[in-house]
Design a protein around this ligand. Structure first.
Ligand SMILES: [Fe+2]
Ligand SMILES: [Fe+2]
Length: 214
């Protein structure tokens, strides 16, 4: 018989196969790989909680996208995960820990990740917004809304979200370059800083190439 983790892996894969490119099952697999690095650095952590929470952390993302942001995918995801985990016979105490980590993985407002397991799920997810993957995701997202390939810093900062000036560069300036400060584990922060350096170099080069075209 398949293990709980294998069953949840299959369930997550089914649920996320129609999700958008930035939050599809590939994203979940990359977050899982990030989580393994963090688990190796913090071996006292409950790996089962982390692995199952990672697999299900974005299971309600499509609902948030379809509602234009009205549904909070972290909270809705926690509810959905509870049903899924019950279906596969997970113990209540395990389900509780997984669902809390999912509810807190977004870290907006008051619901701050508290346990090491919750912090690792959060950091593993955040790492996927940085580095070469982060660059790819930023362009993927900007392209979906018809944004320009690149713009000047002043244009980017004056631009509105989801508009023509909401470029990958804007995402980097406004959000992504501040992600390392928001990491919750020391090793997660170290990894985030290394990935940010890749982005710093990329956007500096993009600036240079585009400036020579003006
Ligand atoms: Fe998420
Ligand atoms: Fe995610």
């Amino acid at each position: 018989m398949a293990t709980l983790e294998q069953q949840i892996f299959d369930a997550a894969k089914r649920l996320l196969c129609d999700a958008s490119g930035c939050h599809d099952f590939d994203h979940t697999l990359r977050v899982a790989a990030n989580a393994e690095k963090l688990l190796a650095a913090y071996p006292q952590t409950d790996a089962q909680v982390v692995r199952l929470a990672v697999l299900l952390h974005d299971c309600a993302r499509a609902e948030e996208d379809a509602s234009s942001g009205k549904v909070d995918h972290a909270l809705r995801g926690a509810e959905k995960a509870k049903t899924i985990l019950f279906q596969y016979g997970a113990e209540n105490s395990l389900t509780e820990k997984i669902c809390t980590a999912i509810a807190r993985h977004r870290f907006r407002g008051q619901d701050i990740p508290q346990t090491m397991e919750e912090k690792i799920v959060y950091d593993a997810d955040k790492l996927d917004s940085l580095g070469a993957v982060g660059i790819g995701r930023a362009f993927h997202f900007a392209g979906k809304f018809g944004a320009r390939l690149h713009n000047r810093k002043e244009e980017a900062l004056a631009g509105a979200p989801y508009g023509k000036e909401d470029t990958a560069y804007r995402e980097y300036l406004v959000k992504l370059r501040h992600v390392p400060e928001k990491m919750l584990t020391p090793f997660g922060q170290e990894l985030a800083m290394a990935r940010l350096r890749v982005m710093d170099e990329f956007f500096a080069e993009l600036e240079k190439e585009c400036a020579s075209a003006e």
